[in-house]
Design a protein around this ligand. Sequence first.
Ligand code: DQA
Length: 146
Amino acid sequence: MTNPLVLLLSGPNLNLLGAREPEIYGTATLDDHVATATTVADGLGLSLEHLQSNHEGVLIDAIHGARERAAAIVINPGAFTHSSWAIHDALAAFDGPVIELHLSNPDRREPWRRTSVVAPVATGTISGFGGDGYRLALEAVAKLLA
Ligand code: DQA
């Protein structure tokens, strides 16, 4: 049997991880995080596909494409977390578990980051654990799919 597919989505500006505000987001690059996530997924019997985009519509198309194909979605929507009702609606149309993931803890930061429009359609949220969040998110997915 093939491993269930987990779609890992990274939103705007996350392509700059490692260089972007390292005091907040750390020095690991997105490639580093994806490599970790791929190894963890493999160990959990999951297969992982990753897409990063700075464009809302590309992320929405990827969420639509995950319908019928992926078992779960792990998404760090970046700043779209706080504004994108379109990503909210796309995720609402996805049947499997959705994990909202943040490297930082947005609740500890500027007031405008304290609202997530994605949270109401997420199974759960993991935030504030830096790169460890990828492992935690995939462990949560594995338990939810078991
Ligand atoms: C983030 C938090 C968001 O508020 C921010 O806009 C990001 C990254 C995080 O991973 O901590 O781009 O999603």
